[in-house]
Design a protein around this ligand. Structure first.
Ligand code: CO8
Length: 374
């Protein structure tokens, strides 16, 4: 028996609705115009700041995003609402995020040639869970008929890679035979669609991966996990203050600071060098250099960040084949970005090819996995 832990399948599910930059900007600008008209006197006196206008060209240039998937489109483009309408489900029904998770999980199981019987751990890991308990992972476990245990994890943009680390360790230690890592990123309820600087950034999606022992893997595309590396460093530059204490804070529980907000420029400047250094150190551990890596499945927050990081690593811009970008269609999907890139761009790799999965974002948190095609 070898001691190899592998990724044997992945799944990607996106909602049926999408919103283009143009649609989003038209709605935001109509909202801003209405806001400025309704508050003309206060704006004139300086008591209220006028809402600036957004632009589809700016969004594409600054981020690489053209469109994003949205779990529910209704409400997002309504200038008198500016948030999705997600009808509340009864406690007897499957919750929204569990349903997203199951959709991706089934695809990952199929790709890995596995059934519920082959899995004994479910990790639901993402930027937000829609409730604290019972854990979404346990709901998913129950719905899929998986024996064993499940738990939820929150590590913002690094939720997927950090959960894969846990899966790797459990399989290595022999405490699990098959781990399903699922990332149902339902970001739209936390997006401030009234904020010009961030209204365009996020999309909804769910991804999943099966991690198991090499000896049990039977799928066509199997990747050995050679090692994992993680780092966190506290920063307030990406933050959401919404939480269960909001009710007791005697402040507006739906105020702008309770939604996603960031110092985007600072994040850009601080995270890019951290991520490049992290990746170089990870490769050095294996006496490898960036030139040895065939595929980079990088976190998808901003195309300019990815360009800068790959330039630092390779000394030149990476080609679209080397470091695929999925931002144009998916936008920033929190922890799912690098997993989407993997899902869509791994089948062409040859036996022995190295690939690197890496996330970077809020926390700050950076997580990477070095893999090699079997
Ligand atoms: N339309 C037109 N102009 C705009 C717009 C817009 N929509 N937005 C900003 N501008 C303006 C600015 O106001 C500014 O104007 P001025 O020069 O007059 O002040 C000008 O354009 C330039 O603005 P920026 O300097 O902010 O523009 P950048 O080129 O830096 O681009 C970005 C902004 C895209 C936000 C960029 O800074 C960026 O991507 N930074 C990295 C941020 C990042 O990666 N964040 C990660 C967050 S995700 C994460 O960690 C997970 C969190 C959990 C998920 C949350 C789900 C909701």
């Amino acid at each position: 028996m070898t001691n190899s832990v592998v990724i044997s399948g992945s799944g990607l599910w996106n909602p049926p609705h999408s919103i283009s930059n143009e649609e989003l900007v038209d709605a935001y600008n109509a909202y801003a115009q209405q806001f400025n008209e309704q508050n003309a006197d206060e704006i004139e006196s300086g008591a209220v700041t006028a809402k600036p206008f957004s632009s589809a060209e700016f969004i594409q240039k600054a981020s690489g995003i053209r469109s994003r998937y949205c779990y529910m489109k209704d409400g997002v483009l309504d200038i008198n609402r500016m948030r999705p309408i997600i009808p509340e489900r009864s406690e007897e029904e499957l919750s929204d995020q569990a349903e997203m998770a199951i959709n991706a999980a089934k695809l990952a199981l199929e790709a890995a040639n596995k059934t519920a019987e082959d899995i004994d751990v479910v990790i639901v890991s993402c930027a937000y869970t829609q409730r604290s308990y019972p854990a979404l992972a346990i709901e998913v476990q129950g719905a899929l008929g998986i024996k064993g245990f499940g738990f939820d994890m929150l590590v913002a943009c690094s939720a997927a890679t950090f959960a894969l680390h846990r899966a790797y360790e459990m399989i290595s230690a022999g405490t699990a035979k098959g781990v399903l890592v699922i990332n149902p990123e339902l970001t739209s309820p936390q997006v401030n669609y009234c904020d010009r600087d961030s209204h365009f950034i996020f999309g909804d999606v769910a991804t999943a991966m099966v991690v198991e022992h090499a000896d049990t893997a039977t799928s066509e595309h199997v990747f050995d996990i050679l090692s994992t590396k993680a780092i966190t460093q506290y920063s307030n530059n990406i933050r959401s203050n919404f939480g269960y204490v909001s009710r007791a804070n005697d402040v507006d529980p739906y105020g702008a600071d309770k939604l996603f907000h960031q110092e985007g420029r600072k994040v850009f400047k601080e995270v890019c060098p951290m991520a490049a250094e992290h990746i170089s150190e990870h490769l050095e551990r294996h006496q490898l250099t960036s030139a040895d890596v065939k595929r980079w499945w990088l976190h998808q927050a901003n195309i300019n960040m990815n360009t800068l990081i790959s330039k630092r690593l390779l000394g030149r811009e990476a080609t679209a084949e080397e470091a695929p970008i999925v931002l144009d269609r998916y936008a920033n999907t929190a922890s799912a970005g690098s997993i989407i890139a993997f899902n869509l761009h791994h089948k062409d790799l040859q036996s022995g090819d190295y690939g690197l999965l890496c996330s970077f974002g809020a926390g700050y948190s950076i997580g990477s996995l070095l893999v090699r095609k079997r």
